[in-house]
Design a protein around this ligand. Structure first.
Ligand SMILES: Nc1ncnc2c1ncn2[C@@H]1O[C@H](COP(=O)(O)OP(=O)(O)OP(=O)(O)O)[C@@H](O)[C@H]1O
Ligand SMILES: [Mg+2]
Length: 281
């Protein structure tokens, strides 16, 4: 089997489209014939599960305390011992999104995890738990996409360490451009510290309004500053993206798409193809 492709969606900022990007690229890569697993590490609001309409079901399980093991369990020191006692540990964690990819939803247990991981002194031990889990239990998938918190902590470090490839949705604006720059230097710093290369693989301009001159200027600026990293297609702002998420599905499962939504879908498809190419390179 060829090597598993992995990428994490990350930016130290909320609301730029990280979850939306993971969901849509995940479905696009699945439609391209890959077995795709999405992992939500972005926090207990469990947005990926909501985006795929499986949150209600998972919440009921959490309330009924039928939520063990969960994604936070795999970070714990005892995980290997726990997993040995379970017939099919991965099967306990995974949900079917109904749109192609499988999903490991976020769990409230992620909440205290950052602090817990802090107590591990050795850097490799602290940051490589997710990688260890992926290598040992998740080998059956062609592609793993990880949705990370919009903040830098031990959990996002685990995601970056495991994926080593970062997809970054950004909006057009001076502040956002500065943040993308900061991310670039952060990843260089992290790579030095980690002794693993964490690469900025794809910067996607999201929620663009193609008609404004300003957004064109930012497109130029991004493509100059992120040569070879910028995604081939911008994802236009479309109310259908938001509506679909609220309904618990992606644009792929939405009917009667508006023109902007069609363009967004096309962009996700082209970007997914390019992401696959870059991850394989
Ligand atoms: N291209 C788009 N057009 C219109 N709305 C969009 C688009 N992309 C994302 N959105 C909407 O913007 C909001 C934020 O997107 P999303 O949740 O993906 O961002 P995020 O970076 O994951 O946020 P957080 O940091 O809170 O996890 C959501 O309501 C989403 O539906
Ligand atoms: Mg999110």
């Amino acid at each position: 089997m060829s090597e598993q492709l992995r990428a994490a969606s990350f930016l130290d900022k909320g609301g730029t489209g990280k979850t939306t990007t993971v969901a849509h690229l995940g479905v696009a890569l699945s439609e391209r014939g890959n077995d795709v697993l999405l992992i939500d590490l972005a926090g207990k609001q469990a947005d990926l599960a909501k985006n795929f309409g499986v949150w209600e079901d998972y919440r009921e399980r959490i309330e009924a305390e039928d939520d063990w093991p969960n994604i936070s369990t795999v970070f714990r020191e005892q995980w290997t011992r726990i997993a040995k006692k379970i017939d099919d540990p991965l099967d306990e964690l995974v949900y079917d999104t109904g749109e192609g990819p499988d999903l490991i939803p976020a769990h409230p247990g992620l909440d205290g995890l950052d602090t817990e991981l802090n107590d591990i002194e050795e850097i490799e031990e602290r940051y490589s738990r997710l990688e260890e889990f992926l290598d040992s239990y998740v080998s059956g998938y062609d592609v793993v996409l990880i949705d990370l918190p919009g903040s830098t902590n031990n959990i996002s470090y685990n995601g970056l360490w495991a994926a080593q490839h970062v997809v970054v949705p950004v909006e057009a604006g001076p502040f956002e451009a500065q943040q993308a720059e900061t991310l670039k230097s952060d990843l260089e710093r992290i790579s030095d510290r980690f002794d693993v290369d964490v690469e900025l693989t794809m910067l996607v301009m999201n929620k663009t309004d193609q008609r404004t001159k300003l957004s064109e200027e930012f497109a130029d600026e991004y493509s100059a500053a992120f040569d070879g990293v910028l995604a081939p297609h911008e994802v236009p702002r479309s109310q259908d993206v938001r509506n679909a998420a609220v309904e618990g599905r992606t644009l792929y499962a939405e009917r009667g798409l508006s023109e902007s939504a069609k363009r967004a879908l096309e962009a996700f498809e082209e970007n997914a193809e390019e992401l696959e190419r870059r991850l394989k390179a």
